[in-house]
Structures are given as C-alpha cells and as structure tokens.
Ligand binder design. Structure first.
Ligand SMILES: [Zn+2]
Length: 272
C-alpha cells in the first residue's frame, strides 16, 4: 500500500465524516473496544481524517485519535446505512457510524486509539520521516537521511519509512525509472544530485497520483514487456531482506559510476 492510496482514502473518509457525530463504534479489536467503554466514542465529533505516510489518522473531539495502517490487504470503505458491504463480515475490523455514513475498516492489521500527544511521542510516528505527499516538504532533510544509509541499495532505502514516509513498492520502481537510476545501486555510490532527483521524482509522481488519479505504470508490473522509453524488456527481481519486488529497465537505468570514481561499470547509455 502506497502513500497516495492512503492519501485518497483519507480524503474520501474526510469528506464523508468530518464534522459528523459518531453514532456507533464497533471493533473486533478488544484493545479498541476497551478504550471505547471508558472513553465513549459515540457522541464525539469526527474532526478530520488525514494521512501521514502510510498511516491513516481519524481525529475525534476530546483528544482521541484512531491510527490505522493498512499493510498489504487492509482498506477503509464508506457505506450508506443499510448498504450491502463489498467485503465479508468476517473481514470487518472497525465500524464508525454516523447518521449519513458508516466507515468500515476491513482486514486492517494495525489499529490504536490514543491521544494526540501519545501519538506523536510513540513509535512509529516519532521516527517517521517527512511525508512525501505533505504540502511542506523538506527534500534536503530526506536526502540527508537517505545518504546515511550508505550500504543500502537505493531501491530498499526508499522504502525505509524513517527516511521518507509514504513510498511503497510501486513508486519506488517508478521514481527510480523516472530518475534513470538502477535500483540496486548502493546509496554510497550515488551523488547528492542523484538522490535529490529521485526524491523529486517520487514526490512529483505520487502527488499527481494522490491528487488527480493513478497514472499508468512505466515499469511496475510490466516485467517481460518492452520499456515505454527504449523498448528493452523490463526486468523484475526480489530486493532486500523483505524480498520486495523491483521492476526496472536495464538500459534506461544502467549502473552509472559516480562522477570522479574512476569509471568502470556500464556507461549511462541512452538509446532511442
Ligand atoms: Zn528503457
């Protein structure tokens, strides 16, 4: 799940729920229902719904925040009361009802209710890097945090949420293709300008996807098909300790030596 998907989900939930009073709260997570028993979520107003990195935050009046993380298979749906759910009841994790809509979280593996202060103080929020989709974005700080991971391959470093929050597998591949950088290059072999170009591409592509609509992929999911730019067959390989799949064009994203590192390796060929 990528930050742009969470961003769109948060926006949809915010439109349906912000300013409404909660009429019903239900969850299969006992740690949530226990807090609801003490703190009574029904009767509170939903102030807003927003996203930070891959975390979706629902803010209730009276300093209570519901943080959920979708991981791979979780999702939030919005229904009119009485409307038939599109996922089985057994997948339901959380229901937040209002007079006009009910929001249902399906298969969401991570959920906690907390105060704003605790949310900021605890992991994972405390260690979260800058949100790639945020209005205010400190690209130089993100580059510094990525730079610190010298021995990590750039395709893996982009997924580290403590360096930059919100990039997932799809936009990792897409932004490296856009920046013409090989995903298996170690961070220490990249120049600061390379990294700035990659971060810029990720932000540009993800904001376009979050604010407008998902664009067609250039490389992601296209293994075995021709590169849209040069016609070379797109490659696919597992990368990093979590074996996340990476897609790239071996020609457009040839390994290029850092300027001044004495050559070697393949040239940065550009074939039309
Ligand atoms: Zn290519």
């Amino acid at each position: 799940m990528e930050g742009d998907t969470i961003f769109r989900a948060a926006r949809t939930l915010n439109r349906a729920l912000a300013g409404r009073t909660v009429t019903r709260f239900d969850s299969v997570f006992s740690r949530l229902t226990r807090i609801d028993e003490d703190e009574r979520i029904p009767g509170r107003t939903i102030e807003r719904v927003d996203a930070r990195g891959k975390h979706l935050l629902i803010w209730f009046s009276g300093d209570l925040v519901l943080r959920t993380h979708m991981r791979m298979h979780g999702s939030w749906h919005i229904y009119r009361p009485g409307e038939r759910w599109q996922r089985p009841r057994a997948d339901m994790r959380i229901v937040i009802g209002t007079s006009d809509y009910e929001a249902v979280a399906f298969s969401v593996p991570v959920a906690e209710l907390t105060s704003a202060r605790e949310l900021e103080r605890a992991e994972p929020m405390r260690v979260l890097g800058a949100d790639i989709l945020a209005e205010q974005f400190d690209a130089a700080e993100v580059v510094r945090r990525i730079e610190a991971m010298r021995d990590v391959e750039i395709g893996d470093a982009l997924l580290d949420q403590s360096a930059v929050a919100g990039i997932g597998n799809i936009f990792k591949s897409e932004s490296l293709f856009a920046a013409r950088v090989n995903p298996f290059t170690r961070v220490g072999e990249l120049s600061r300008a390379d990294m700035a170009r990659i971060v810029d591409a990720a932000r540009r592509l993800m904001r376009a996807s979050a604010i407008q609509r998902p664009a067609g992929a250039s490389v992601y999911g296209r293994a075995g098909r021709p590169c849209r730019r040069c016609g070379t067959i797109i490659s696919r390989r597992k990368q990093g300790e979590h074996a996340r799949i990476t897609y790239w064009c071996a020609r457009c994203q040839a390994v290029s030596p850092k300027p001044g590192s004495g050559g070697g390796g393949q040239t940065h060929g550009r074939a039309e």
